[in-house]
Design a protein around this ligand. Structure first.
Ligand SMILES: Nc1nc2c(ncn2[C@@H]2O[C@H](COP(=O)(O)OP(=O)(O)OP(=O)(O)O)[C@@H](O)[C@H]2O)c(=O)[nH]1
Ligand SMILES: [Mg+2]
Length: 699
């Protein structure tokens, strides 16, 4: 039997803006509940959650950390996440492991950029949400305005479960709003009044209870507990509590609030897809079929690769052979660990709702589904800040490659690609800071130092018009000749179309089964009739297309959004070969592409810039000079405004520096891929000219 039953388990992610006090809070919960007996402090480098060397050095979180404690008959599994938007991937991954998000707000600085971001991400992940107003011991807190701002931005569902008694140095306790004390002297807002509206919010999710209430019968405590969970799950209630993780005031009440409001693992509706593609509901049943997902990967110096798994259904057992979606043979899990920060303890099994780590399984990656069902992918943002990297010392190439591979395993918002054109290793992350931290980790953990250069923009080549043509590849150089002739038509393939609806028999009468490549949105259709090209040469022609797609035609970038129909050809009984048809395919592609109004697509990023109100005008005019389009402007709390802009990546590769000089270091931003868009004519000519110059230089 798994150690904890479903109704005992509560999984909670702590997220929010940097320095809100998340790590201090989670550390404090662990020491208060007796789960850890030693002292723990971020400031002294002894935190249980921030145990990583880089975290200790910088004194902020970089990784999501899993810890646990038992209290009041419940088992809490908590995940502390970094607040810097640069590491948002950690919070997004962690959200897949839990049922509730506790969004921590710094009472003094109010709602900040990442507060909004994680609130929205938690909603997108379908989690129950709570708000923790921390740092109530700090000076200059305007509590009523803070609550007003929260409700204005996040809605009236945010209601205080307790209110602070005193603030700053005088913060001495909290008063429950559902059961207000007779004497609430020093309360910053009236607990009784809030309690009434809280109760109404809670019972709104049950008509019978609500009717009885308005007829004069208040709900029982048992009913309130049951309905709070329902309201939190539905999102009609976002309970708020006040605390100081530094002084510990409000901490017991915070833990009680988690007991009351955090969702058990069987409340949220979850589904997966079976092998036939049908949606199947997942039930938190220990005897049911196994359904689990890897939500985080960490490379530990001792046990090596650790895959953090959340079990949704069934029981995960040590030494079991479990199916993993996308892996041919069942995978043996020879070690199963319970995790407390840096420490791991071997366990035998874990039931639904449980979180455990599996060691050294090559075939598991962040996002992998264990069992027969495919769970939805984890919506990590696409990183956009790229740098070309090479090892400082020659001969370290192999070492660097292995080390980068480890980073990719651990961090879904980090990528490394070998640019097929320049043969450069390009590393891509969320921001300069993100890449900087990973560089430090490479140096410390893997003993490789790297040098970096300006990023290269990942343009894509595409076409804007239909065209058709052919290529005859014919060579006679003594011995056996080479012959292959391929006739094609080329069409722009709109992004996101339904291929079955687009490629119909009406449009392509002689079409056989179409071949679709989703990554490049490339479709090729075989319409050859009468064997003018023997069927066994078609794969070679496809190979020719694919090579061209990777290499590009006009400026050396990958090709995207194209459909090619092969409809006619000629062959020779002796001289035709796979090689000849591959060349003919590639050259036909190239020639026709050049006739089809070739163009470039450029990555457009969505940037959220947060700056003091006085700088908003400067940001707007600076962005218009960068071909940016302002989507919205919004208060970010206090004297800050957030401007959301869509702008070509090429214009903002070194934006950190510009923003810093515009705002005197008071601005911050996050950036992620939005979409690809056609490059305007004048810019297109420049890019092509540059690419040609480079080609000539290399020749
Ligand atoms: N005055 C006061 N300081 C606090 C409180 N909680 C945390 N701090 C301090 O604030 C700083 C940041 O605390 P952390 O716990 O690391 O904050 P965090 O939210 O984990 O920050 P990130 O990991 O960067 O997201 C540390 O110096 C803490 O000692 C609090 O309740 N009151
Ligand atoms: Mg932290």
């Amino acid at each position: 039997m798994p150690k904890y039953s479903v109704d005992q388990i509560r999984n909670v992610v702590f997220c929010g803006h940097g320095s809100a006090g998340k790590t201090t809070l989670v550390d404090k919960i662990l020491t208060t509940t007796g789960a850890v007996s030693r002292n723990a402090s971020v400031d002294e480098g002894t935190s249980i959650c921030d145990f990583d060397e880089e975290e200790k050095q910088h004194k902020y979180s970089i990784e999501a950390t899993v810890v646990q404690c038992d209290h009041g008959g419940k088992h809490f599994c908590m995940i502390d996440t970094p607040g810097y938007p640069d590491f948002i991937g950690q919070a997004i991954g962690a959200m897949r492991g839990v049922d509730t998000a506790a969004i921590v707000i710094n009472a003094q600085s109010g709602i900040e950029v990442n507060t909004r971001r994680v609130f929205a991400e938690a909603k997108k992940a379908g989690l129950g949400r709570m708000i923790v107003i921390n740092r109530m011991d700090a000076d200059n807190i305007d509590f009523p305005t803070l609550v007003e701002n929260i409700q204005e931005l996040f809605g009236k569902a945010c209601v205080l479960l307790n209110v602070p008694l005193g603030q700053g140095a005088d913060f001495r306790g909290v008063a429950n709003t559902l059961k207000p004390p007779a004497d609430a002297a020093g309360a910053l807002v009236d607990p009784k009044e809030i309690g009434e509206s809280l109760l109404e919010t809670i019972i709104e999710v049950d008509e019978a209870v609500m009717e009885r209430y308005f007829e004069g019968t208040p709900p029982t405590d048992e009913e309130i507990s049951r309905l709070i969970v329902k309201a939190v799950a539905e999102g009609s209630l976002v309970p708020m509590v006040c605390v100081s993780s530094k002084t510990g005031v409000g901490l017991p009440e915070l833990i009680a609030a988690l007991e009351l409001c955090a969702l058990p693992p069987d409340v949220l509706r979850r589904t997966g897809k079976n092998a036939a593609g049908a949606e199947v509901e997942v039930k938190a049943d220990p005897a049911g079929p196994l359904v689990a997902q890897v939500f985080k990967t960490r490379i530990d110096p001792f046990v090596q690769k650790l895959s953090f798994v959340r079990v949704f259904s069934g029981t995960l057992k040590k030494d079991a052979n479990v199916p993993v979606v996308g892996v041919r043979k069942p995978v043996k899990l020879s070690t199963l660990f319970s995790v407390q920060g840096e420490e791991t303890t071997a366990i035998d099994e874990i039931g639904p709702g449980g979180i455990a780590a599996v060691a050294k399984v090559e075939d598991l990656h962040t996002g992998s589904s264990l069992g027969e069902l495919t769970l939805p992918p984890i919506p990590f943002p696409t990183p956009m800040v790229g740098l070309a990297a090479s090892p400082k010392s020659r001969g370290d190439e192999g070492k660097l490659s292995g080390a980068l591979q480890k980073l990719c395993e651990e961090d879904a918002t980090f990528r490394r690609d070998l640019d097929p054109q320049t043969k450069e290793m390009v590393i891509t992350g969320m921001s300069e800071l993100h890449l900087q931290i990973l560089r430090e980790r490479l140096k410390r953990r893997d003993k490789v130092e790297i040098e970096t250069r300006e990023p290269k923009i990942p343009y894509r080549e595409t076409i804007l018009a239909n065209a058709e043509g052919m290529y005859r590849h014919k060579k006679q150089t003594g011995g056996r000749g080479q012959f292959g002739e391929v006739h094609i038509r080329m069409f722009p393939l709109p992004k996101g179309v339904n291929i079955e609806e687009w490629a119909t028999k009406a449009k392509f009468p002689s079409m056989k089964e179409p071949h679709y490549d989703e990554e490049n949105n490339f479709l090729w259709i075989d319409s050859v009739v009468g064997g003018t090209i023997p069927g066994n040469f078609l794969p070679a022609i496809e190979k020719g297309f694919r090579e061209r797609i990777e290499r590009g035609v006009i400026a050396g970038y990958k090709v995207q959004n194209v459909c090619v129909e092969v409809h006619f050809g000629k062959h020779h009984p002796v001289d035709s070969s796979e090689q000849a048809f591959k060349t003919a395919g590639s050259m036909a592609f190239r020639n026709v592409f050049q006739q089809a109004k070739p163009s470039l697509l450029e990555p457009i990023v969505r940037i959220e810039v947060t700056v003091p109100t006085g700088n908003v005008g400067d940001i707007n005019s600076d962005m218009s000079g960068r071909r940016g389009r302002v989507l919205s402007m919004d208060s970010a709390g206090g004297d800050l405004q957030t401007v959301i802009v869509e702008v070509p990546l090429a214009e903002v590769t070194t934006y950190a520096r510009s923003l810093s000089s515009i705002t005197g270091g008071r601005g911050s931003y996050t950036m992620e891929l939005s979409h690809y868009d056609i490059v305007p004519g004048n810019v297109l000519q420049e890019i092509i000219a540059k690419a040609q110059m480079k080609e000539e230089e290399e020749e």
